[in-house]
Design a protein around this ligand. Structure first.
Ligand SMILES: [Ca+2]
Ligand SMILES: [Ca+2]
Ligand SMILES: [Ca+2]
Length: 626
């Protein structure tokens, strides 16, 4: 089992973003420009679902400027928020408990939010109606309501391509992964479904058309949602952005990735994919500039699960952690789907500077680095001895593009569908294998190279022939998968609290840590301040968050092993909400004689509070330097 370790903070992530995602086709990225902040408050301090004594609204106003100062450097503003209801809120909303429903509706109304979509797993997408408000400010207000387990920005993800270098031979990739020899054993099967979660697919391309998945429960073009799944005429897949059944590509990226894994073979046209025959499910969440939101990605993942895809190919990512998206990846594993991802194009070690989803530790993820035609890591490719599993061709790859054309693209985006395609090809030859067996086989049969040794988990390039050749057994897991001269440092990750949750009062921080040489101690940090340590599992520490600055805080754990090596965990970001100078006044005691016959239509209480004076405003952030 791989362990992926990350050392980061939102600050670093934002800086890193500047170096990520250069692409031939991406446009400017004005979605990332930030905005000024004004305050708006919940007007009713105590509603159902909001425990007593934890309603600090009365003290918010005085301290808003502190909070806004603190969050204004976090420029990754979006206009949507993903919330996860607490189990209690969820169960009460389910039975239409009027007080809880009212508390939820009031929270949305007072913060000028509308519910855009209900996701799986207690999550909902809220859209901000007031574009002058800072997303993180609204999130803080939502968390204070105690209705939600977490509330995160609905982050954008980006395609992972880079500008081309036209000097390479265009047809080297299939040779390098030994595909021609593998095609003697299998050329794929229409029984295997690969979901391409991307910018859409040109399903009319002559080299893709016959390999498109077709929704068996949907009649195309009759204007009716025949299968009742909420999408009219979703024959080839969906467009999650427009919530339509038309996943036509308006970029090129998704069409290019699709051709790599499944351009029709032996049809005398254009190129050939890793699979000559396969079913490609087109799931569009990235727009014509190559950007898409977490919530739309989640919708695509859940569509792939509901429609029984076998493998998902994901040539995109971003530097921000997203519990809601990671939970969707976990749902895919439960349903038996592999999640193949690009590792990113910032020439970075994702064990240190994470790129998600590649850096998550979910077992069903296969993350992919890119190699060039010399079988060395591509100049742009991310790597990571824990976080990146395998390498595949990604520099100057020729494949299908829109409107019956072909073109070259480069990036871990192109490496990813080589691997997703091989997973499908292996499944075609061995229909009974599950996701775990596919992953073990593909990772176990790589061609190891010196240049990748110690750089990625397997130290090798996928090998289609070895993967399909039953005469060679899967080698047992290498006891020293990373024969670096220096032994591996420990693995460590914070397991509680959750990212994007609220920290008030005493918070118990828990970390998982392990190492072959034994863990000697785990130290806990808030920002750069050490707050405690623990020398035996479970590694925990109690943090009095009242001592921290109000706003966002990074929690990290540093684990030391018997060799004196150490590793810093990925940062968990929490919202601290304490005002030591202005303590939260205790709420009045609950009514000792509650009304036995509560009014079924309770007065919604005092109307909205009069507007507060404008919060201090800040100059807009500069545009991202695309
Ligand atoms: Ca439908
Ligand atoms: Ca229809
Ligand atoms: Ca062809």
């Amino acid at each position: 089992m791989k362990k992926k370790i990350a050392l980061t903070s939102i600050f670093k992530c934002i800086l890193l973003f500047l170096f990520i995602g250069t692409t031939v086709l991406i446009g400017n990225c004005s979605d990332y420009s930030s905005e000024n902040s004004t305050g708006s408050l919940l007007s009713e301090p105590r509603q159902a679902g909001i425990p007593e004594n934890t309603s600090p609204f009365s003290s918010i106003k005085k301290n808003d400027s502190v909070f806004i100062q603190n969050i204004k450097k976090h420029a990754a503003e979006t206009k949507q928020i993903i919330v996860k209801l607490t189990a209690q809120t969820y169960s009460k909303m389910k039975i239409q408990d009027s007080q809880t429903v009212q508390a939820y509706n009031n929270a949305l109304k007072n913060l000028n939010l509308v519910e855009k979509r209900v996701l799986q797993g207690r999550c909902r997408v809220l859209k901000m109606q007031d574009s002058n408000k800072a997303t993180l400010y609204v999130i803080k207000e939502l968390l204070v309501s105690k209705l939600f387990e977490y509330a995160q920005p609905d982050y954008y993800r980006h395609i992972a391509t880079t500008p081309n270098d036209p000097s390479f031979n265009q047809l080297w990739g299939m040779q390098t992964i030994n595909a021609p020899k593998a095609w003697d054993l299998s050329t794929g099967s229409g029984n295997v479904i690969v979901a391409v979660i991307d910018t859409g697919v040109d399903y009319n391309h002559p080299d893709l058309k016959n390999n498109m998945w077709r929704n068996p429960s949907e009649i195309a073009g009759n204007g009716i949602d025949d299968d009742g799944n909420g999408y009219v005429d979703d024959y080839y897949g969906i467009n999650a952005i427009t919530k339509s059944g038309n996943p036509m590509d308006d970029h090129n990226h998704g069409t290019h990735c699709s051709g790599i894994l499944g351009a029709v073979g032996n049809n005398s046209v254009g190129v050939v994919g890793v699979n000559w025959t396969v079913h490609i499910m087109a799931l569009k969440f990235l727009d014509s500039t190559g950007n898409g939101s977490d919530s739309d990605a989640i919708t695509c993942v859940d569509y792939a699960i509901a429609n029984k895809a076998n493998v998902m190919s994901n040539s995109w990512g971003g530097t921000e952690d997203s519990p809601a998206l990671q939970e969707a990846v976990a749902r895919a594993q439960t349903a038996g789907l592999l999640f193949v991802v690009a590792s990113g194009n910032s020439t970075a070690n994702i064990d240190v500077i994470p790129f998600y989803p590649a850096a998550w530790t979910n077992e069903n993820i296969i993350s992919v680095a890119s190699i060039d035609s010399n079988e060395g890591l591509s100049s742009f490719s991310n790597y990571g001895p824990r976080g990146v599993d395998v390498a595949a061709p990604g520099s100057s790859i020729l494949s299908t593009t829109r409107n019956n054309t072909y073109g070259q693209m480069s990036g871990t985006s192109m490496a990813c569908p080589h691997v997703a395609g091989l997973c499908a090809l292996y499944k075609a030859k061995n229909p009974s294998v599950d996701w775990k067996a596919i992953k073990d086989r593909v990772l176990g049969m790589v061609k190891k190279t010196n240049s990748l040794n110690g750089k990625i988990l397997t130290g090798g390039i996928i090998n289609a022939f070895s993967t399909l050749d039953d005469s060679s057994p899967t080698p047992p897991p290498d006891p020293t998968p990373n024969p670096d001269p220096t032994p591996n440092p420990p693995a460590v990750a914070i397991t509680a609290p959750e990212s994007y949750s609220l920290a008030m009062g005493n918070v118990t921080i828990t970390a998982d840590a392990n190492d072959a040489a034994g863990i000697t101690r785990v130290e806990f940090f808030v920002g750069t301040t050490k707050i405690g340590e623990s020398s035996s599992a479970p590694y925990t520490c109690t943090w009095n968050s009242a001592t921290a600055e109000t706003g966002l805080q990074d929690l990290t754990a540093v684990a030391y092993n018997g060799n004196g090596q150490f590793t810093t965990s990925g940062a968990v970001v929490v919202f601290v909400f304490n005002f030591p100078d202005n303590p939260i006044p205790p709420s009045p005691s609950p009514d000792p004689n509650p009304d036995p016959n509560p009014n079924p239509n309770p007065n919604p209480g005092p109307g909205p509070m009069p507007p507060f004076p404008d919060m201090p405003s800040f100059p807009p952030f500069p545009e991202w330097p695309y």
